[in-house]
Design a protein around this ligand. Sequence first.
Ligand code: ACO
Length: 327
Amino acid sequence: MKFENFNILATAGYTPERVVPNSELTTMMTTSDEWIVQRTGIHQRHVVTAERTSDLCTRVAQQLLQRSGLQATDIDYIVVATMSPDYQTPAVSAQVQGNIGATKAVALDVNAACSGFVYGLQVVHRLLMGDSPKTALLIGGETLSRLVDWQDRSTAVLFGDGAGGVVLTSALAQDGAFIAADYRTMGEQGRYLTAGANGIDSPFASDPQPVLPFFKMNGRRVYNFAIKQVPASLRRALDQGHLAVTDVDYFILHQANQRIIERIAEDLTGSMAQFPVNIGQYGNTAAASEPLLLNQLVTSHVIKRGDVLALSGFGGGLTIGTMILRY
Ligand code: ACO
């Protein structure tokens, strides 16, 4: 028997306790609650004070095990999507594997910035294919507050920290979740959004470059990229799945900017009814944003078994990715 599809067994989410409301940012830079809310929809963000990305992801992994009733030793793969790992090595996924004692699991990280969770879904889908049933944890986790220059109002107001994830298994593959997917990478536009530049500072460097940890973003370019590419990607995936926009119960879009989501909703359906938003609470949490929203909607019983979900992420790379699945 071949196992080629997967199901979502459980969802989880975790955000650090410390909340930074817009009003607090007005004491750190020249900005206002009104500007931030009007231009982005963000009211507050959660930030770490001591935790690292691996701590947030470990919390999510523990929650996933508890909610799915699985043991750590039942897990075959752990994939973490992140652009803000604790180290260049070990990978966050390996740290999580060690922390929860998933002795059988093979662990790897995926870095596709804000598309990371959707890219991770595709990676896990392929890993789960085979002759025997397999189970994976897919977690998106970020501590973007470490990559933000808290003096730079053009980026500091946007980002937040958090983690979310899902347990996926191919064991019930005859009735699988996967419907369609569309992925594109546009590396020639990568310069419009960078963070965590490593620098070149060895004694052999001909032209030493400093480490530049902070976000640099051409907001306008990324905005225009998103409002054009996300609807295009969603349409390609819908066509592939022989679906109309009305067949989708919820579009779970990367939460980067409320205005971007409104523009995409306007383009696709003319209404926000199928486009849930939680950016007001969390800001842009990159790879964590979609699993955090998914978990929020599942735990509040908005999303029900059988619902068709279209997840779409966009961001650094530049990357764009869409997966349509049945919850
Ligand atoms: N507070 C007050 N004023 C501000 C702030 C701020 N925080 N930030 C910028 N401004 C000012 C600017 O200086 C500018 O002033 P000026 O007209 O006097 O020069 C004015 O506000 C307008 O600035 P714009 O950059 O044109 O504002 P815009 O409407 O484009 O909004 C934003 C900026 C929110 C960044 C928007 O462009 C955006 O959301 N872009 C997409 C970002 C994104 O989605 N990134 C996702 C990927 S992230 C990832 O992959 C990790």
